[in-house]
Design a protein around this ligand. Structure first.
Ligand code: AMP
Length: 543
């Protein structure tokens, strides 16, 4: 990436910072590599991303030990020649002594797996001594076979020894962010914790336009707090606002609910489990007409058949059962409310029942956003709710929802749009109207600060609150809009915790009179401000 293109990248990132900041998000910078195990657990060992596409390596500097091991592993040892075996055994034992010493010194990991590997090598050697002796005595094929098997055991155990941690370049950001959330006890921060990050991700995929082995994502996650549908809608509203600011062409938002994966009572499958059963049964019936990939997935992960882009399968897929008909009452209600909350925010969407995620901890809301000018790789953003993930990684039960934007594709689409304008005079909206950034400062007990907390009660007040949040954010203020109504006392406590400077109080009286109550939290002073003047009032007070 070279200038002047990097200028466009910077502007896109700057716009993301500003828009996300106005929704109360703070930046996190997780490391580029993490233990492989983290991704295996969070993304799933069965997925292509983990099983085929990760760049993994053992993190150590013991080249000589590795070469020594390579020598021991490739050496053949004649079973019938005692002196040859004795030499080999001696060499292996000397090697084990050095490994043990390094482990005791803490230079190589003293893990149960490594201890086990050392014990296994010694045990195999012991048995080989016996097998070798008995072979020499009896000269039978069976004795030789046993000897060879044990030699294989020695070599495998040597190979399983780790000189350092096994790490991977991150294929995505959510796992690292959840790991950091647990490690830094962010559940003690005022909830919800809203984080975003930028940076390169790595997947060994087949490179083509819009698909690279090092690509960039803009990632945002909301962790902790409730799973109120208002949160799902607000996250989606935020990314759509960001795309609108960039004037990204041909933006299309697709949404779906994939229910939850919990077991039902009395052994009867419910919600997603019931759907997967029905889907599998339906797929079995049309198995012969499906391609090899889909046939395999009937067993392993039938939901992924719905992702198929194969022309010949599209007609068949259209006739399969739809998840919407299987959602349990709670998931159905959640989904309906997400849609209502999107409507309240004026966010346009289409429903796509084929939008699924293959992993168990993904649940309820999923969404994908496509844009113009990208050919077949036209998804610029994917996201969804993942309430089980933090717990799966060893943390407390934690609600979570987030998305990842493919920045390379976003930029490609913006560049295509630029080309479409014949005059060449066209400039991106962000290049001409760059709003000033006012998104700095943290919360008192750690965490991310806010300028305004909007406390609302009642249906009419929520409509006003959503509109007020949009106006304040457009003016560059960091706003927290609770997804559900709260008693004002509780709301003010929450505003304090978040380090908000002002609380905007919207009850029935305020909405009816158009005179809103604004409280300055530092001194508790309360004032009535006309609805039309509130943005200006807050901006003046803030500086
Ligand atoms: P995912 O993490 O797979 O849900 O992907 C989220 C977004 O990242 C996608 O919608 C793409 O825009 C982008 N993306 C994923 N993989 C690649 C890749 N190999 N090259 C470029 N962009 C990618």
């Amino acid at each position: 990436m070279l200038p002047p293109e990097t200028e466009l990248w910077n502007r896109v990132e700057q716009t993301a910072r500003e828009v996300f900041g106005t929704y109360g998000f703070g930046e996190i910078r997780p490391p580029i590599f993490e233990p492989t195990e983290l991704f295996a657990r969070a993304v799933g060992g069965e997925t292509d991303i983990v099983s085929k596409e990760m760049y993994s390596f053992e993190d150590h500097g013991f080249i000589e030990l590795e070469q020594w091991r390579a020598g021991l592993i490739t050496r053949s040892v004649g079973a019938g020649l005692p002196s040859e075996f004795e030499k080999y055994e001696k060499s292996v034992l000397a090697y084990l002594d050095i490994l043990s010493a390094r482990m005791s010194a803490g230079e190589v990991p003293k893990t149960p797996e490594n201890e086990k590997a050392l014990v296994a090598v010694r045990n195999c050697l012991k048995e080989m001594n016996q097998a070798g002796a008995s072979f020499l005595r009896t000269q039978t094929g069976a004795g030789e076979f046993a000897f060879e098997n044990l030699l294989k055991g020695v070599k495998q155990a040597l190979l399983s020894f780790r000189f350092g941690d096994v790490l991977s370049l991150r294929p995505e950001a959510t796992a690292g962010i959840c790991r950091a959330y647990i490690e830094h006890n962010m559940q003690q921060w005022p909830a919800p914790v809203k984080l975003y990050c930028f940076g390169p991700m790595f997947r060994r995929e087949r490179p083509q336009k819009g698909r690279y082995r090092q690509f960039y994502q803009i990632d945002a996650e909301v962790l902790g707090g409730s799973d109120a549908p208002g949160i799902d809608a607000e996250v989606i509203e935020m990314v759509m606002t960001f795309f609108a600011k960039l004037e990204l062409p041909g933006v299309l938002l697709e949404i779906n609910s994939i229910g939850h994966s919990g077991a039902g009572t009395h052994g009867k499958a419910v919600c997603r489990r019931a759907y997967v059963e029905a889907l599998r049964a339906a797929l079995e019936k049309v198995k012969d007409k499906l391609g090899a990939d889909s046939q395999r997935r009937i067993e392993t992960n039938p939901l992924r058949v719905l992702d198929s882009k194969l022309e010949s399968e599209q007609g068949i897929i259209a006739g399969l059962p739809k998840i919407g008909d299987y959602l349990c009452e709670e998931c159905k209600t959640h989904y309906a409310e997400v849609k209502r909350q999107l409507d309240l925010r004026g966010v346009k969407y289409v429903e796509n029942w084929r939008l699924v995620r293959g992993l168990d901890y993904y649940m309820r809301t999923t969404f994908e956003i496509t844009a113009r000018g990208l050919g077949s790789q036209n998804a610029v953003c994917g996201g969804g709710r993942y309430d089980g993930l933090v717990e799966l990684l060893g943390g407390p039960p934690t609600k979570g929802i987030g998305f990842a934007i493919g920045e390379d594709r976003l930029i490609l689409s913006l560049q295509e749009a630029r080309k479409e304008v014949a005059s060449g005079e066209w400039r991106l909206a962000i290049e001409t109207k760059n709003p000033p950034s006012k998104t700095e400062g943290g919360a008192p007990g750690g965490g991310i600060g806010r300028d305004v907390y909007i406390a609302w009660m009642g249906e009419k007040a929520q409509v006003a609150a959503i509109a007020a949040a949009r106006r304040l954010r457009e003016a560059g203020l960091r706003v927290e809009l609770p997804p559900v109504a709260q008693k004002f006392g509780k709301a003010l406590g929450q505003a304090d915790k978040l380090g908000a400077r002002f609380a905007l109080i919207l009850g029935e009286d305020e909405v009816a009179s158009g005179q809103w109550t604004v409280k300055t939290l530092a001194d508790g002073a309360q004032e009535k401000v006309g609805e039309a003047d509130v943005v200006e009032w807050l901006q003046k007070k803030k500086v």
